[in-house]
Design a binder for this molecule. Structure first.
Ligand SMILES: [Zn+2]
Length: 355
């Protein structure tokens, strides 16, 4: 066995004190019953759509940016909580309700996963099956075809497994910088993430190759993304998980030409049809970013819904199927009951002035 722990893993700043205080107040609101009372008194209705990315164990911590991961032990507790205390419906059921003009009752939850992490198959799906919970998995189909990690995790892995500390990317105006200093490493990582997010697939590959040549990683990560064969197995073993699409190359559709957006969305639909003999119905915008051209591209591809990232809104009968707001699932259990109660974010906004 390899020693799986690198000596200098990237760390991220802890939650700001103000944020910690707010989180504690929100927990108190849920525990004291104020949140539930708010929901009853205000007649709140609407579903919460939860967004997950990676579901991880200890080994994955070397390779997957923890900001986009929920530990499998936490995920298990969250799903047990949903099965006991919430009403989980599929995205199709939610869209049917909206189309019929009815609002789901508070405590209604839809579960979604973005990108196509292997952990959704190996870790999350058995838990979902145990509790009989439906979910939607949005695939970035080009990454599945290439069994290629998310670029953010490739970057994260290169930083964590590096054997050299000097980084100088003249074309990106970065460095020379010595990554032996943890603050430098963190700042450089975040700067590169900002640079790579709106980049094309080709630009991304070029920059990541250059970084790999300089940092000389000691090891490559194991496959972090599902292959098509694994997606086919997932569908056989876990029919409660519906397959949606998330573009082919996970590019920011608001940062590209409209024609590229059309091609990216259409290509992802074509990939799923070819690989799975299935016509996907649901889409999620990479990074939750949408504009009118991106929205038109989704409609042109005959998809019936599209998810954005917006923690502020419950989905009710006024919901726009092509701008379905989603809430990033918390990576701990503490805030989970409050976030899925129907009281979030409005009760928090009204009482504390912040969500
Ligand atoms: Zn994504």
């Amino acid at each position: 066995m390899h020693d799986t722990t690198f000596s200098r893993p990237l760390t991220f700043a802890p939650m700001r004190l103000r944020r910690q205080v707010l989180a504690a107040l929100q927990c108190g609101m849920a525990l004291s019953g104020i949140g539930a009372a708010y929901v009853r008194m205000r007649g709140v209705s609407g579903a919460v759509i939860l967004m997950y990315h990676g579901i991880t164990d200890r080994e994955d911590e070397n390779w997957i940016d923890p900001r986009f991961a929920v530990p499998v032990s936490v995920f298990e507790r969250q799903m047990r909580f949903l099965a006991r205390h919430r009403r989980v419906i599929s995205l199709d059921e939610l869209l049917s309700l909206i189309a019929a003009g009815s609002s789901p009752p508070p405590g209604t939850v839809v579960i979604t996963f973005d990108d196509g992490y292997r952990g959704v198959f190996t870790k999350a799906a058995p838990i979902l099956k145990r509790y009989n919970l439906p979910a939607t998995l949005y695939l970035a189909t080009g990454q599945v075809t290439r069994v290629e990690a998310q670029w953010i995790d490739t970057l994260y892995s290169l930083f964590n497994a590096r054997s050299c500390d000097l980084l100088h990317l003249a074309e990106e105006n970065l460095g020379p910088v010595n990554l032996a200093d943890p603050g430098n490493a963190r700042a450089s990582y975040l700067a590169l993430a900002d640079r790579l997010l709106p980049a094309s697939q080709g630009q991304r590959e070029k920059i990541l190759t250059e970084i790999a040549q300089q940092l000389r990683p000691l090891r490559a990560p194991p496959p972090l993304t599902l292959s098509w064969e694994e997606v086919r197995q997932l569908r056989r073993l876990f029919p409660g998980i519906e397959i949606g699409v998330h573009t082919r190359d996970h590019i920011d559709l608001t940062a590209c030409e409209p024609q590229v957006a059309v091609e990216e969305v259409a290509a992802s639909v074509a990939d799923v049809r070819q690989a799975l003999d299935l016509v996907p119905k649901h889409f999620s915008f990479p990074y939750g970013r949408s504009n009118s051209a991106a929205r038109s591209a989704v409609i042109a591809a005959n998809l019936s819904s599209a998810a954005v990232t917006d923690p502020a809104v419950l989905v009710d009968s006024d919901g726009d199927p092509y701008a379905m707001p989603r809430l990033s699932a918390p990576s701990s259990m503490a805030l989970f009951p409050f976030y899925t109660s129907g009281a979030y974010p409005q009760a928090s906004l009204e009482v504390f002035g912040r969500a």
